[in-house]
Design a protein around this ligand. Structure first.
Ligand SMILES: [Zn+2]
Ligand SMILES: [Zn+2]
Length: 319
């Protein structure tokens, strides 16, 4: 199973502005030595050697994940603005010829998880086939509503690809070919569902958005089958610990420390912090991952067994 992240930001897309880009160029040139900038080739090598937060960005597009199963099925999880980039890539293959097929799982219909759909080119092409899965029985109506003409010039029904809707029940397995999928209700205003994908003996778990606090941890056994033994766990860590406990309680999101506690409890191999706050620039995100690593290292056993990463656009996993 292969997983690629096309959108990692929470709430709304956050393109870089001129001031931020200038600051990155200043940082890069400040640490460059004369030999680093003596030719185009050396400049390119130097730029490649810089940390992501200087040469680029963790990313501003909202949630969208591409999963390729071992049997070749495409599963798209959430349709934030990252979906448009995935769409451009898909158009160079079968989807550009009207012969593509994909499964789309929607965790919930807050804007940042569906607003990529009107800008997803493959769904405009007749012949392409999309199966939509959701635990919300009225998902089709919600898609129609997003593209009512008061909101968008082209209705959902006028997008020419075939679109079928499947209502899945939480805590019940369903299958796409031999891949086992399991969805679980998450604590989030308006409701949201996490998804666990088991392909052979490999497990990918995605939970965005979710607010795990003290009460949820008291009741954590309800999530045993959902989180256990994940090879990769993508977890909502939008807020700092301070924000999640005091300033933004009940806003529907978690912090890195809770994510680490859950990953450690369930023998997760690789925890990836996801759904970054739109107010956080790349420098702030560096401090988020640095603080999370400090928290993780308090427990030596966890530090030895858990790989901890911060999600960035374009990040890929081979499970
Ligand atoms: Zn969200
Ligand atoms: Zn949400």
């Amino acid at each position: 199973m292969k997983v690629k992240l096309w959108g990692v930001r929470g709430s709304y897309p956050t393109p870089l502005n001129t001031e931020t880009i200038e600051e990155k160029i200043v940082k890069a040139l400040t640490i460059a030595r004369p030999g680093d900038i003596s030719s185009e080739e050396s400049v390119r090598l130097f730029v490649k050697s810089l940390p992501l937060s200087i040469r680029g960005t963790y990313g501003g597009n909202t949630s969208c994940i591409e999963v390729r199963t071992s049997t070749g099925e495409l599963i798209i999880v959430d349709c934030g603005s990252g979906l448009s980039g995935l769409g451009r890539e898909l158009m160079s293959g079968d989807f550009g010829k009207g012969r593509g097929a994909a499964n789309i799982f929607i965790t919930h219909t807050h804007w940042d998880h569906i607003h990529g759909i009107p800008f997803f080119t493959p769904v405009y092409i007749k012949g392409n086939r999309f199966n939509f899965y959701s635990a919300f029985p009225d998902l089709k109506e919600r898609m129609d509503y997003q593209q009512a003409e008061t909101h968008f010039p082209i209705t959902f029904d006028n997008m020419q690809a075939s679109k079928r809707f499947f209502n899945v029940k939480q805590d019940e397995n369903f299958f796409i070919n031999d891949v086992k999928i399991y969805t679980k209700s998450m604590p989030h205003p308006g409701g949201a569902y996490g998804i666990r994908i088991e392909d052979g003996d490999k497990v990918f778990v995605y939970t965005s958005d979710c607010e795990f606090g003290i009460h949820e941890m008291d009741d954590i056994h309800a999530y045993d089958d959902f989180f256990k033994d994940a090879d990769v766990l993508l977890f909502d860590a939008q807020y700092t610990f301070q924000e999640s406990l005091i300033d933004k309680i009940s806003w529907g999101h978690s912090s890195a420390s809770i994510a680490i506690d859950i990953a450690a409890r369930y023998n997760v191999k690789n925890l990836v912090l996801f759904h970054h706050d739109p107010n956080y620039n790349d420098e702030k995100l560096n401090s988020v991952i640095s603080n999370a690593k400090s928290y993780m290292h308090v427990n030596k056993k966890v530090a030895e067994t858990l790989q901890l990463d911060l999600a960035y656009e374009g990040m890929e996993f081979n499970l």
